[in-house]
Design a protein around this ligand. Structure first.
Ligand code: ADE
Ligand code: ZN
Ligand code: ZN
Length: 240
């Protein structure tokens, strides 16, 4: 996601933090909020110190896998990726023997990666760089499939992240439980299934208009809402 998407996820997560997790997040972040630090991982990915974290934002897999094969390949990947990085950073965050600075960096990566993995085009195909190389027209302007989903659809609404977090509403208890209890591999698989659909309906050169926006914005809203709730779940478990 772009900045407003990531900040929305951080803002939503704050609602669902346990007291204990909230206290520890405050201890690590000081005066900053989850929303404030949610884009840090994108800011450092091109610096020499953090260049090796550039692949931590996505997972590339061939399309067409059912869940068992997807799950297997996701876990078996050897090159750095979002799944591996998320698990490693959760481990560091939860380890109280780690120095505070290390746990703070881990927290910032966890906040960001949980957001990115819910952006469908971040769990997608290597050949077109997650849709970055699929050029499209959207509402009269040139863009690409990846950028459209990072920020193009959200920009149509023109809301701040605070407005977006409010405007998304909250799932009812039963729905929240379903979202929370899905295993992490399912969070990735849901993005993968959605990206498969998005590739099929937006071949290179497709001209998309408000009708695309109207049908797909609900998916954007769903993924941001799920990401916020699941981020809180990860933090509640890691910091309990
Ligand atoms: N680069 C290559 N694949 C990518 C993806 N799925 N998302 C973002 N950047 C990428
Ligand atoms: Zn992106
Ligand atoms: Zn990112």
């Amino acid at each position: 996601w772009g900045g407003e998407g990531h900040r929305t996820v951080g803002k939503i997560a704050e609602r669902y933090l346990s007291r204990k997790a909230e206290r520890q997040v405050k201890q690590l972040l000081g005066t900053q909020t989850l929303a404030d630090v949610s884009t840090w991982a994108d800011e450092v990915r091109n610096t020499p110190e953090y260049r090796s974290t550039a692949p931590w934002h996505f997972v590339n897999l061939p399309l067409g896998l059912e869940f068992p094969a997807f799950n297997q390949q996701l876990k078996a990947k050897t090159e750095p990726n979002a799944y591996q990085a998320l698990n490693e950073n959760i481990r560091l965050l939860a380890d109280k023997k780690q120095p505070q600075e290390k746990r703070l960096i881990a927290l910032k990566f966890v906040v960001h990666i949980v957001g990115d993995l819910h952006q469908p085009m971040h769990i997608s195909r290597a050949e077109d760089k997650g849709g970055n190389e699929i050029q499209l027209q959207f509402r009269g302007e040139g863009t690409n499939l990846h950028r459209l989903w990072d920020s193009g659809l959200l920009n149509v609404q023109g809301l701040s992240y605070q407005q977006m977090a409010t405007n998304l509403g909250q799932p009812d208890k039963k729905q929240a439980k379903i979202w929370r209890q899905a295993p992490m591999e399912q969070w990735f698989f849901q993005s993968y299934q959605l990206s498969t659909k998005l590739y099929a309906e937006a071949l290179p050169g497709t001209v998309l208009d408000d009708q695309y926006y109207n049908t797909r914005i609900e998916d954007v809203r769903l993924r941001l809402g799920q990401a916020g709730l699941r981020l809180a779940e990860v933090l509640n478990n890691a910091l309990d």
